[in-house]
Design a binder for this molecule. Structure first.
Ligand SMILES: [Fe+2]
Length: 277
């Protein structure tokens, strides 16, 4: 699934690239016509054309000034692409959630872009790309759901003393909702609303003497879960690995130790070559 979605995303780059190319220059297989319609040639075509080019440079300086019309490997704000854009944590539940966030943002970028164009064909392309993000969102969500338990991410469970406490830091207006009343969505624990956090901190000796409230989880249960989940994840990873020693080439002992004839690895290789020739 990850490879399928990744491959499809590369094809989206192609669709976006082709769309930009079609918008910037006439699509023409004739080199001459393409050259005639290129931005640089247009700039040479009288004062109005030159002013139009300068206008374009003003509204999109990175593209025209820094690249002269060539491709720039930057994000939509002109920030150069770096490896820092790649988010991985080594835990699939984290990576899936991160991907769901990325799909969400991508969906909204396409939605916003659709408001910037009147071109029906560009709109159609953007709508297709936007739709695929919605499809990917659901694929990641379904894959996340297939991992159980998937909350909290990782292995270590949260401290039950602080998992369902809501501290009211607002001054004046109190806002109540499912985030601080009723049951918490994942653990199903009863939210504990701390109306006066300052007083609460003093009463609990800086939260050190925090009581367990609204939860059935105890420290013992949490430690048991930590252990059993650790064993479960270990078994899953080990069962996914192939038996034997992992290697990427065929191992030839003659190359690292003296062989039966007492030859050094270097000599063994040489005499092997001689025999072969
Ligand atoms: Fe996507």
């Amino acid at each position: 699934m990850l490879m399928d979605i990744a491959t499809e995303e590369f094809s989206h780059l192609e669709i976006v690239g082709a769309t930009i190319q079609m918008l910037l220059t006439g699509v023409n297989s004739e080199l001459k016509n393409t050259a005639d319609e290129s931005d640089l040639t247009k700039m040479l075509d009288g004062k109005a054309a030159k002013e139009d080019y300068i206008h374009q440079a003003m509204i999109n300086p990175h593209f025209f000034l820094l690249s002269g019309g060539g491709p720039t490997v930057t994000d939509s704000q002109g920030i150069p692409w770096t490896g820092a854009f790649v988010n991985v944590m080594g835990d699939l539940t984290v990576d899936f959630r991160s991907n769901i966030g990325a799909e969400t943002r991508a969906k909204m970028v396409y939605e916003n872009l659709m408001a910037f164009t009147d071109d029906p064909l560009v709109k159609e392309s953007l709508r297709f790309l936007m739709t695929r993000e919605v499809a990917h969102f659901q694929m990641f969500e379904a894959a996340l759901e297939s991992i159980q338990p998937n909350f909290p991410p990782g292995i270590l469970q949260s401290d039950p003393r602080y998992s369902n406490k809501y501290f009211n830091m607002s001054n004046g207006t109190e806002f109540r909702g499912p985030w601080n009343e009723g049951q918490s969505p994942e653990f199903g624990e009863e939210w504990q609303y701390i109306e006066e956090p300052f007083k609460h901190v003093l009463e609990t000796d800086g939260l050190l003497n925090e009581e367990l409230e609204g939860t059935e989880r105890t420290e013992e249960i949490v430690q048991q879960n930590n252990k059993s989940l650790s064993e479960l994840r270990r078994a899953e990873i080990e069962s996914a690995n192939t038996d034997g020693i992992m290697q990427w080439h065929e191992f030839n002992p003659a190359l690292v130790a003296e062989n039966e004839d007492g030859e050094s690895p270097k000599k063994a290789t040489k005499s092997k070559r001689k025999k072969a020739s």
